[in-house]
Ligand binder design. Structure first.
Ligand code: 0O2
Ligand code: 0O2
Length: 201
């Protein structure tokens, strides 16, 4: 049993803080190189204890196995302008030596039944504590701003509605997710056209 949630969550707080600094630090590097940055902004959070407890029950996870089986206690999110930027970020993360990728879930190419899109990466990340090194799991979600806009609102509607969505509402939200993705595709198309025009000049 976890007696003291604050102390259990401390390494996760440390990891989220470090990851936010490291990932936000990539932006000025792209500026320096005169390259378009694939990162628009980065957020992060540690899952609150009550949400953790609720998820343990919902997923039938034993508290003994929390560190291995609950992968998103530490969560970091990277928002991009374009869909291609997501894959560029994934490529960059795969090269890093300060984290080890354990799993990748591509809900960008394969949307979830809800309509949700994002690229999820589960990493093992070492945190240096006064008691020594502790490797923890963290989840990095990479998504466009359009995907983020849909997911944020859908999440808050779901959270405020404990009985769940009717089929009609689910269908409507799925349709909105598809339309948001169409905007992403059209924006990518515009970017391509502009690049081609510039190359022709
Ligand atoms: P809520 O309302 O419960 O969602 P900074 O001072 O800028 O370094 P700060 O102020 O801690 O950082 O906030 P940050 O990192 O910009 O954003 C935190 C918010 O982003 C959280 O809100 C989450 O809503 C959201 N968020 C970011 N990353 C994730 C993630 O990986 N998973 C989930 N589920 N949410 C994420 P709050 O503050 O928790 O409030
Ligand atoms: P939070 O912190 O409230 O966002 P599961 O957790 O069972 O859904 P799994 O396989 O453990 O799924 O992990 P997955 O699907 O890779 O990632 C789960 C997280 O992805 C969720 O965290 C959400 O942040 C996000 N997500 C997944 N599906 C949806 C969806 O349909 N709508 C929205 N808005 N977000 C989604 P949590 O646990 O919900 O926590």
């Amino acid at each position: 049993m976890i007696q003291n949630w604050d102390s259990f969550l401390l390494p996760y707080e440390q990891a989220v803080a470090e990851l936010k600094v490291k990932l936000r630090g990539l932006r000025p590097q792209f500026d320096q190189l005169d390259q378009q940055t694939p990162i628009e902004f980065v957020t992060g959070r540690v899952k609150p204890a009550d949400s953790i407890k609720e998820k343990l029950v919902r997923r039938h996870i034993d508290e003994e196995r929390i560190e291995q089986d609950l992968q998103d206690i530490a969560g970091v999110r990277i928002m991009t302008q374009f869909v291609d930027d997501i894959y560029q970020i994934v490529h960059i993360l795969r090269q890093r030596t300060d984290m080890k990728i354990l799993e990748e879930r591509d809900y960008v190419s394969n949307a979830k039944p809800s309509g949700y899109r994002s690229y999820h990466i589960v990493i093992e990340y070492p945190v240096q504590l006064v008691t020594g090194e502790k490797k923890i799991l963290a989840e990095i979600q990479v998504r466009t701003m359009a995907m983020n806009f849909w997911a944020t609102i859908e999440h808050s509607l779901k959270y405020k509605n404990s009985v769940g969505f009717t089929d009609e509402v689910s269908e409507h939200l799925r349709d909105l997710a598809t339309r948001a993705y169409q905007i992403d595709e059209e924006l990518s198309q515009i970017r391509k056209e502009i690049q081609t025009d510039n190359e022709d000049k």
